[in-house]
Design a protein around this ligand. Structure first.
Ligand code: NAD
Length: 506
């Protein structure tokens, strides 16, 4: 008996299925075919969406190219672009509840986390609006008396945006407002599992006054929609968030035209717990880090590296907290751990846990599918595995579920070596009261983000992204914005002193 805190089915009225259509050149387009998304928690049809094919993808890319060339957005002033982005932010805030309900029903994540995701995204739009007005290159006034050099920043052009199912609205908002702030036009493809919140974003953009053709949306699957968006000659850049395996396919597809590729991929993110840490805060942050978004989070702290002197005590603290985490109906505002996105994925999580136990790991909590009364069985118990060795699959691969893996260390060098012993490098964390320990870890950890005495805090101002097989390029912050800008050098003679190359006779 695990003594978990279970929230059984609440009595809520579910909305009628959302009808998702493509958005092309400012018009909503029905699909010749459609596909359904069934709620992982409630088993009902949440949305029926147009299913994109090659022809509709071509149309969307064509509309983005035409709009870019027309310059109605790409040559508009930063002030005017910012006004549209700010209006969108206001509209997002006014529509949080509607969007969040569909986000939860399509993904299985708790409604409180959907509300936080959607409401919080408005700030990304506001920050991007500030960048639209402050984009600039630089000038060189030291090139000689008659010369002036100016480095201009231009929008990169047509951008394909391909997003995953785990944070559909947030990840779209990490990309789209920044691409728009830069003056790009876009084609967006959300995951086939969570299409609705992206369509709702399209509605808000039209209401905010975004010109037709600037943001086009195609619904459907990786093939043929995503692959064509990655290979098409009229696309200048692909920005993708998803699995490392698909990221590699996108890089291959993009290589035919050498388009720019930005990738935000998987992670196997460690938190190192030192003996001098504030163990209450660390245990709470580890519990949050592994169960947030049902563990289906690129930043999940799915492995912790604990000093061996405190490992037993620390694991006991995390187990005790995990029992109090509210698990069950995602539509219950109190729920903290909801449903798993698909039955196949639930089985995959279970297979990882079973293999680890067979290889000698100790199950401290959970370890199995757990049906929730009044809902289905697409739920996985909060699970903690200790006695894990660094070579086990569960210590190396992205499980993408509510499963914590515990490793131990003796010296800081050993903890850093374990941290870096991974093909991933998205994020890493350290818990210690000694600033020198934290700084040494931060400087040596191979990760795009390092957290010290906290976990998963992020701000629109700070760049986000991974090293190694966690990705390439950066998102949000000024660095993320710059990804959507091309650099052009303008060299000007401003005097009359040029020495002719060809000497004229007489
Ligand atoms: P996925 O790679 O299966 O799918 C992501 C998107 O790619 C979907 O829209 C899908 O339809 C599309 N796609 C599939 N095949 C394609 C192809 N051949 N060409 C073009 N597009 C294709 O990922 P997922 O299961 O939706 O999301 C989970 C993964 O995303 C995890 O690995 C997670 O770590 C990662 N992720 C990373 C970050 C980050 O910022 N680093 C954030 C969230 C999720």
């Amino acid at each position: 008996m695990n003594d978990l805190t279970i929230n059984t089915a609440t009595d809520v009225d579910l909305p009628a299925p959302f009808a998702g259509r493509h958005l092309i050149d400012g018009k909503w387009i029905e699909g010749a075919e459609t596909f359904e998304r069934v709620s992982p928690s409630h088993g009902t049809v949440v949305s029926i969406s147009a299913k994109g094919d090659e022809a509709v993808t071509e149309q969307a890319i064509g509309a983005a190219r035409t709009a870019f060339a027309a310059g109605t957005w790409s040559r508009m002033s930063g002030k005017e672009r910012a006004a549209v982005l700010l209006k969108t932010a206001d509209l997002i805030e006014a529509n949080v509840e509607r969007i969040a309900v569909f986000e939860t029903l399509e993904s299985g994540k708790p409604i409180a986390q959907s509300r936080g995701e959607v409401g919080g995204a408005a700030d990304l739009w506001r920050y991007a609006a500030s960048l639209a007005r402050t984009a600039h290159g630089d000038s060189h006034n030291t090139l000689g008396e008659d010369m002036l050099g100016v480095v201009l920043k231009d929008p990169i052009g047509v951008v394909s945006i391909i997003t995953p199912w785990n944070f559909p609205f947030w990840i779209l908002s990490q990309k789209l407002p920044f691409a728009l702030a830069a003056g790009c036009t876009v084609v967006v493809k959300p995951s086939e599992m969570t299409p609705s919140s992206t369509v709702m974003m399209g509605e808000l953009l039209l209401e905010a006054g975004l010109p037709a053709g600037v943001c086009n949306i195609v619904l459907g699957y990786g093939h043929p929609v995503g692959s064509l968006m990655s290979s098409h000659k009229e696309v200048d850049m692909v920005t993708f968030t998803g699995s490392t395996a698909v990221g590699k396919l996108i890089t291959q597809a993009a290589s035919g035209t050498l388009k720019k590729v930005a990738l935000e991929l998987g992670g196997k993110n460690p938190q190192v717990i030192c003996p001098d840490a504030d163990l209450d805060s660390a245990a709470d942050a580890v519990t949050f880090g592994v169960y947030f978004n049902v563990g289906q989070c690129c930043n999940s702290s799915s492995r912790i590296i604990v000093h061996e002197d405190i490992a037993e005590d620390f694991v006991a603290r995390v187990v005790a907290l995990s029992r109090k985490v509210r698990f069950g109906d995602p539509m219950d505002p109190e729920t903290q751990v909801g449903a798993i996105v698909t039955a196949d994925h639930n089985a995959k999580i279970d297979a990882y846990v079973r293999a680890a136990v067979e290889d000698g790991a100790r199950l401290e909590l959970g370890g199995g599918v757990l049906p929730v009364d009044g809902l289905g069985d697409q739920f996985y118990q909060p699970t903690i595995l200790s006695g894990v060795s660094p070579d086990m699959a569960i210590a190396r691969e992205e499980v993408f579920g509510p499963v914590l893996t515990v490793l131990t260390y003796r010296t800081l060098d050993e903890a850093i070596a374990l941290t870096n012993d991974s093909s991933y490098g998205l994020s890493a964390g350290i818990w210690s009261e000694n600033i020198h320990t934290c700084l040494e870890f931060a400087r040596r950890a191979e990760a795009g983000t390092v957290w010290s005495n906290t976990w998963m805090d992020g701000y629109p101002e700070l760049a986000f992204g991974g090293v190694k097989q966690s990705g390439q390029g950066r998102e949000i912050g000024r660095y993320g914005f710059e990804e959507f800008l091309e650099v052009k050098s303008l060299v000007m003679r401003v005097g009359r002193s040029r020495t002719p190359w060809v000497q004229q006779e007489g």
